[in-house]
Design a binder for this molecule. Structure first.
Ligand SMILES: Cc1cc2nc3c(=O)[nH]c(=O)nc-3n(C[C@H](O)[C@H](O)[C@H](O)COP(=O)(O)OP(=O)(O)OC[C@H]3O[C@@H](n4cnc5c(N)ncnc54)[C@H](O)[C@@H]3O)c2cc1C
Length: 350
């Protein structure tokens, strides 16, 4: 059982900044995300796009913003459960909660901060017979650890950035890489398309287009696939098939947690602290709704800050929290680091 003060569901910009604000108030946090990496929409949907409305940054790439947020929160040593979806919640008699993921990992905390954005990103799956049987037996929708594919025969299907980027990356890891796409044209960055062309010319990637995977074979795990091209069809032996057809966000299991939902978002009290109808559960960032709500990163940061003050008061009702500027109080990280502005020198005048 993972035990923490604030359990954050969602490692998007809002969840990552919540970790920093928790830390300032000396509260520990742990973050769960269904994706294998932090960053939410910024890292999954548009890491290379510049954002122009983050205060203090005239322009910053979404991927760089994610890296900065992770760096900023690191001193407070957040725990991460990545690649797992928060599925169920149980309220204990003392008012605290246990959240269990789809992989059975249990997390206990007195405060839950749902920063789930548009919902957990679920992979778009191909329409194939016995798909469930082969999942995690050679068939994967995410690449969590590229080493799994070392010296294996890997087939990637898809035509976007993920399919192109992983095909390129795995040529240095896997024994064989085959990229299958139902069109001849790819929708990815031009330099990635050119790189795949180059690797194909060198014989390091096998490219099959326009084509689709139409059958999966193997007694206990995936051993072979059928690839169909117009009137032609071939069988291809492989150890792994990775369909990378994009992700769709779904509010998913959180919708069944007894929270008040309006238009696929969680209703919160925005006049105070972004608490939901269940005391101790907050919803911040894109996942919440209230009159005048704007789904913007900076709004998530603001909501996270107010939410943490309220969470502190719930956890420590006997303590008085006086707001201190970090420029004045400095920051004491849980990892032992200290940041403090240089004190001005006091000098007497003769
Ligand atoms: C193309 C594009 C461009 C954008 N440009 C801008 C811009 O210029 N400026 C701006 O301010 N905003 C922009 N946005 C919006 C911005 O990305 C969102 O407002 C922001 O990402 C919201 O952050 P969040 O942390 O609340 O949610 P998200 O970034 O959506 O992160 C939520 C995370 O929660 C996880 N999650 C959800 N449910 C579960 C669960 N049950 N278990 C585990 N994990 C779960 C998801 O996997 C996800 O990683 C843009 C959005 C897009 C799509």
């Amino acid at each position: 059982m993972i035990q923490t003060d604030i359990l954050i569901i969602g490692a998007g910009p809002t969840g990552l900044f919540t970790d920093f604000e928790d830390g300032l108030l000396k509260m520990r946090c742990h973050i769960i995300d269904a994706l294998p990496q932090a960053g939410g929409q910024c890292s999954e949907l548009y890491p290379k796009k510049p954002i122009y409305d983050i205060p203090g940054f005239p322009e910053i790439l979404a991927g760089d913003l994610t890296e900065n947020l992770v760096e900023q929160g690191k001193q407070f040593e957040p725990g991460f459960t990545l690649g797992e979806r928060a599925d169920t919640i149980e309220k204990l008699e003392d008012g605290s909660f246990i959240v269990t993921t789809n992989k059975g990992t249990k997390h206990a905390a007195p405060i839950i901060a749902i920063a789930g954005g548009l919902g957990s990103f679920e992979p778009r799956k191909p329409d194939l017979e016995n798909l469930d049987f082969y999942e995690n037996k050679g068939l994967n929708y995410f690449i969590k650890d590229p080493e799994v594919y070392r010296d294996k025969r890997v087939v990637i299907s898809g035509g976007g950035d993920s399919a192109l980027d992983w095909s390129i990356f795995l040529t240095d890891v896997a024994k064989e890489v085959t990229l299958i796409h139902r069109r001849n044209e790819f929708r990815g960055a031009l330099d990635s398309v050119e790189k795949v062309q180059e690797l194909k010319n060198e014989g390091r990637i096998q490219l099959i287009t326009p084509a689709e995977v139409t059958s999966l074979y193997g007694e206990t795990a995936l051993q072979k696939i059928r690839v169909t091209q117009e009137s032609n069809s071939i069988e291809l032996e492989c150890d792994h098939l990775i369909p990378l057809f994009g992700l769709t966000p779904k509010l998913g299991p959180i919708a069944n947690w007894g929270l008040e939902i309006e238009k696929n978002a969680i209703k919160v009290d925005n006049s105070l602290d972004y608490q939901t109808n269940i005391p101790g559960i907050y919803a911040i960032g894109d996942v919440n709704t209230y009159p005048g709500k704007l789904k913007l990163i900076l709004c998530g940061f603001h909501e996270a800050t107010l939410m943490c003050q309220s969470a502190f008061a719930r956890i420590y009702p006997e303590k008085r929290n006086v707001l201190k500027y970090t420029t004045v109080s400095g920051i004491n990280g849980f990892d032992g680091t200290q940041k403090q502005a240089v004190k001005s020198t006091i000098k007497s005048i003769e």
